[in-house]
Structure formats: structure tokens, C-alpha cells
Design a protein. Structure first.
Length: 127
């Protein structure tokens, strides 16, 4: 059985990614932090994808409840989850029974997020 091995190593102010004994990347600490954030984000999306394809209906049902209540958002940004939640909100017998009045939200936008950008200069030399 061939097992892959990844090692994160610090050499001075550089962060090195070593995979199976080979140097794959060498980066400064700031780039390393951005890289780590990107890996965490991708891992979370992979987890949601795995749950969706493993038959985790709780995510879809909870999103359908939010749509039926009029929240206008789902618990995932994945288009398949949003589409299934819309169908569930419209057709689930129990949701129709216990939350009468139809689907109050006609649009699902996914999970809310805060996106940070660099501030625009104000013309006085300061942001």
C-alpha cells in the first residue's frame, strides 16, 4: 500500500511543503497563511460535497425549512443543495403540513459571507 506523506517545514522565514520527500512549494509566511486558508475552504467544500453525495438529507431539509420560512438563504452554496432544498420546500408533505402558506422565499442565495477587500484610496494618500 503506497501512502502519501506531506510535511510542512519552516526554514527561516520560508514555509516549505514537502510531499513524498520532494519539495513542492516554498513560500513566505504571508503566502503560507493565504495557502492555509484556501486549503481549509476547499476541505470544507469537499466535506459538504461528500455529505451531499452520501445521502445527507439533513442539510437539504434544514435549507428547505429556511426557504419555507422566508429566510431567502440556504445552508450551502452548492447549486445541487440549493436546487434540492427548493424542491423539498415545495413538495415535502410534512413541511407543507407544519409550515402552511407556501414557500415564502422564492430565491435562495446560499450561505451569507463577508468578503474583505483592500480599502480604496481616498485621494489624500490614506485609505
Amino acid at each position: 500500500m503506497n501512502e502519501n506523506k506531506a510535511v510542512i517545514h519552516r526554514e527561516g522565514s520560508l514555509i516549505q511543503l514537502i510531499f513524498n520527500g520532494r519539495l513542492v512549494a516554498s513560500m513566505g509566511w504571508q503566502t503560507g497563511l493565504e495557502f492555509a486558508k484556501a486549503i481549509v475552504a476547499q476541505c470544507k467544500q469537499a466535506n459538504a460535497h461528500e455529505k451531499l453525495h452520501a445521502g445527507d438529507v439533513q442539510l437539504i431539509t434544514d435549507s428547505a425549512i429556511l426557504l419555507r420560512a422566508g429566510a431567502g438563504m440556504a445552508l450551502s452554496n452548492h447549486p445541487d443543495v440549493i436546487a434540492e432544498a427548493k424542491k423539498e420546500a415545495l413538495h415535502n408533505r410534512n413541511l407543507r403540513r407544519y409550515m402552511p402558506g407556501g414557500v415564502r422565499s422564492q430565491q435562495a442565495v446560499g450561505t451569507p459571507a463577508i468578503i474583505q477587500h483592500e480599502p480604496k484610496p481616498n485621494g489624500r494618500g490614506t485609505p
